[in-house]
Ligand binder design. Sequence first.
Ligand SMILES: [Zn+2]
Length: 275
Amino acid sequence: MYEATPIVNGFPGKTETHGSFGWSSVWLLRGFDRVIIVETGPPSYLPLITTALSELGLGTNEVTDVLITHAHWDHLGNISLFPQARRWIGRVEYEWALSQAPDEPFVSQPLLGALSHPQGLLRLIDGESELVAGVRAHNVPGHTPGHLAFAVDTTEGPKLFTGDAAKNIHELESVAVDSAVDRGLGARSVTWIREFARNTGSSVVPGHDVECELTGHGWQRRSEQRAEIQFFHRRDAPPARISLSDAELGPVAVEPFPPECGMPRPSINEQANAE
Ligand SMILES: [Zn+2]
């Protein structure tokens, strides 16, 4: 069994003017004499990760393994922080990412290169398998071709780390994915994730949201989603602050997607059968 701790909770937001925030989920697993980081977040997380680990009495040198669901920059951003850790990623995913052109918007070739430095630590996962005791990889393609999810036995029960195969609670609920190299395949993977959670009692840690669970009232977040933004509004005033927390947004946070999101909301069956 692993003790699972969120290091930085993912947040399901994106800018419409300045590219992606990349606010993804980073978790720590401790057990079986291993210290495992699940995903490394965007580069801006660096101080958050080192501070959180230090508060738990851990140095980045003590991390033994890093699990990567897929090769996008906002999941690989701090791979170099863990010089002793084995780096686990799907072989299909790694080879696909290496083949992408430098202008592919979500694959950073320098970050990808960091996976194989220092040498000898890269571990390519071939399909569904147990990586280390209590951690199993599952294929959930669609967002990217070789995307993996990781099922972990924890002291709080089983958890499934889905990366961007299910980015947030809305995708879990709607089975519609808004960014994928193959949206039909992505919808099938979300359907699989929902069935896995139902059959095993697993909670789900999406790629860009707090931990979620399936309840009698549908999918629920296990903790509050929260993000704070400061900006300089006037030259003669201190920075303004926007809180994107459930508590301060109140009912707005639970409204359905506005139409301008462009998210398809077909039935589950239609999505599962989509190409
Ligand atoms: Zn992604």
